[in-house]
Design a binder for this molecule. Structure first.
Ligand SMILES: Cc1cc2nc3c(=O)[nH]c(=O)nc-3n(C[C@H](O)[C@H](O)[C@H](O)COP(=O)(O)O)c2cc1C
Length: 208
């Protein structure tokens, strides 16, 4: 089948319409938890715009919307909190937390300054070790990150967080299958929740 080519420029679609080019690559959403130093009430924001960026020092990046461009893109409450706290936890959820993840994406501190997403979802904040922001007990991996730099790209600011610690619970089963060309990490918690992070790569060994 012939490929369809969609040119992409910097124009914003009219209200109510989507961008023509697909916006999101399918990745497991992670949850950013960050302290609000003014109220003491921490916040949670689901993010698909996150990724591994550097090993030494270990950097993760999170992309947070900073502009009102369509109904979906507005300045997140999390943006201001990250700017002030200068740290955050990046929490990888399990399949059991789907409801909580979407509730955290529906609710917004930008729209309701008093909303307490931990209370609304029943998720449990645990105190940080090397950062002020709490992490989420129910998630099997919690990276503690210090914001070292903020890169403004336009609609989103990318907060570059250096990982200064990581909590894990449950069983982490790293696996690598060069034959199938993918690597896989499986996380299983005592509560039965699991997360499978799978990377479908192009792994070729010369001996194969
Ligand atoms: C699965 C999922 C992934 C999301 N990923 C992002 C993202 O990468 N960046 C972003 O700015 N917003 C993202 N959002 C939208 C925000 O999470 C949402 O607007 C939220 O209400 C913002 O909360 P806050 O205003 O309390 O920060 C995502 C939402 C969902 C449900």
């Amino acid at each position: 089948m012939a490929k369809v080519y969609t040119p992409h420029d910097r124009s914003v679609p009219p209200r109510g319409q989507e961008f023509d080019t697909p916006g999101f690559l399918p990745v497991t959403p992670a949850l950013i938890s960050v302290l609000d130093e003014e109220t003491g009430i921490p916040n949670i924001m689901p993010s698909v715009g996150w990724g591994w960026l550097n090993r030494l020092p270990f950097y993760l990046g999170v992309a947070v919307s900073v502009q009102e461009i369509t109904g979906d893109y507005f300045k997140r409450g999390t943006h201001e909190l990250l700017r002030r706290a200068r740290d955050f936890a990046l929490n990888v959820p399990t399949d059991r937390l789907r409801e909580a993840v979407s509730a955290c994406g529906r609710l917004s501190r930008a729209k309701d300054a008093a909303v307490d997403k931990f209370k609304e979802t029943g998720l449990t904040p645990l105190p940080g070790k090397r950062i002020k922001s709490p992490h989420i007990a129910e998630c099997p991996i919690n990276y503690e990150c210090k914001v070292r730099e903020v890169v403004s790209l336009g609609s989103h600011d990318v907060f570059l967080g250096e990982v200064v610690g990581c909590f894990t619970d449950g069983v982490v089963r790293p696996g690598r299958s060069s034959a199938k060309g993918h690597s896989r990490i499986e996380l299983a918690r005592e509560d039965g929740g699991t997360t499978v992070l799978e990377f479908q790569g192009m792994v070729h060994l010369v001996s194969e």
